[in-house]
Design a protein around this ligand. Structure first.
Ligand code: ZN
Length: 434
């Protein structure tokens, strides 16, 4: 089977648009859905009865999306090939009573989501985006994508110790952004402002999920523009690559004869443990996959066969060797930016990869003519984790952890090589095609 499409730097250009247009998980899944619609995918509602027709379909739930493509005439027990990723990134999120201020400054009360590099949020022009839910239950995206807020750092003259002892930030006191001047702080101001911005009737918003983002657009960087700087690469880089790969496979010349049902599963809430109705530790993926088996007339036996033959590639960013901190990495495993996707291994199951998973990934990369590298943590450093082990344990699906090596993970602005996103996408196409 021939690979339908080979991605190149145009993919990276598109990634940069995707990052800029996706300041929240809700925007990320809407933008993924829009790309899938262009490839012929259609949304199905979880509350409707599903039919067994072939073609591309997807489910949207909050900040999560599950999309799959059923080849013409695929038997109900056809195994799944899944690309898993997450849509959320560490940031500052608006509290239930957001209107606050002191000493003539108007401020917005924020809570810290996940584990951001907090210093990276200081002195940046921040916008505000997310989801507004009205009293009638409908949800609306809002994105104020212009300089609106700022978390101002304390002047060095007022804390000389920052040069000797490093920056110390109190999560409650030091990260509340300012967004104007005035002493007349009134409850409801922020939400009334956002109702206006979103063109919604005044007084109708009953709930909100709002977060800050840097308004600085992604940019090529470096002498030969071989680097990309931008926000939320962890992990919208994988969501974008998975979406592009699934769309390419579903529209490719071999789509009708695929030996697997290719799937994209992008979850919310990875950064705080995945335990939610839209997180990887919830039933969303399992429920969608088994409903797709039953909708095609499959039995519980067919469901068991489709799951037993399934493989999931859990794609998330990892750490390229930092030139200034090389001793923090394993001394012999040195993934380089621009060297192709990384295979992540941890024998204590912080990553789900084992030898059999490695073989699947190696075959996909070989077919796609993409080099890959191995990542393992320094034994003295705690190892991060991903949705990989959760997916493997929750659904009993063989899983392999891979991704793109970046610098500055969890910064408001991360850094990767310009080639790695499209190398990843090409490898994912080969994996999904089987
Ligand atoms: Zn991540």
């Amino acid at each position: 089977m021939s690979t339908s499409q080979r991605f190149d730097l145009g993919h990276t250009d598109d990634l940069m648009s995707f990052l800029a247009a996706s300041p929240s998980p809700y925007h990320a899944v809407a933008n993924a859905a829009e790309r899938l619609e262009k490839a012929g995918f259609r949304r199905v509602a979880e509350t409707d009865a599903w039919d067994g027709t072939s073609g591309g379909k997807y489910v949207l739930r909050g900040g999560a999306i599950v999309a799959w493509y059923v080849p013409e005439g695929a038997a109900p027990h056809t195994p799944f090939r899944i690309v898993g990723a997450h849509t959320d990134s560490p940031n500052l999120r608006v509290k239930p009573l957001p209107d606050t201020g002191a000493h003539g400054w108007r401020q917005v009360a924020v809570e810290i989501y996940g584990g951001p590099l907090m210093n990276s949020w200081l002195d940046r022009d921040l916008g505000l985006a997310g989801r507004l839910t009205l009293r009638d239950g409908s949800s609306h995206l809002v994105n104020v994508d212009r300089p609106l807020l700022r978390v101002p750092q304390l002047a060095i003259h007022l804390d000389r110790s920052v040069s000797t002892d490093g920056l110390k930030l109190d999560k409650q006191r030091h990260l509340q952004p300012v967004w104007g001047l005035g002493d007349d702080v009134r409850d409801g101001d922020l939400i009334a402002f956002l109702e206006q911005e979103a063109g919604l009737p005044a007084g109708e918003v009953a709930g909100w999920d709002l977060m800050t983002h840097s308004v600085e657009p992604p940019a090529y960087l470096g002498r030969d523009r071989e680097l990309v700087a931008g926000p939320r690469m962890d992990n919208l880089l994988s969501v974008h690559a998975g979406t592009a790969a699934l769309a390419a496979v579903a529209t490719g010349p071999g789509a009708a004869d695929l030996p697997y049902v290719p799937v994209l599963a992008a979850f919310d809430h990875e950064e705080n443990g995945s335990q939610s109705d839209t997180g990887a530790d919830g039933p969303l993926l399992g429920s969608v996959l088994e409903r797709s088996v039953f909708a095609r007339g499959g039995s519980h036996e067919d469901r068991a066969r489709a799951f037993a033959g399934a493989v999931c590639v859990s794609s998330d960013t990892g750490h390229a060797v930092h030139p200034n901190y090389a001793e923090r990495h394993d001394p012999t495993h040195h993934p380089r930016a621009g060297g192709g996707p990384i295979l992540k291994v941890n024998v204590n199951n912080r990553y789900a990869t084992d030898g059999s998973g490695r073989a699947v990934w190696a075959a996909a990369c070989e077919k796609a003519e993409v080099p890959f590298q191995s990542f393992v943590s320094n034994n003295s450093m705690p190892c991060g984790t991903t949705i990989g082990p959760i997916t493997a344990a929750r659904h009993g699906i063989r899983t392999v952890d891979i991704g793109v090596a970046i610098l500055s993970m969890h910064s408001a602005r991360e850094l990767c090589a310009a080639d790695d996103p499209f190398l990843l996408a090409n490898a994912l196409v080969a994996f999904l095609e089987g």
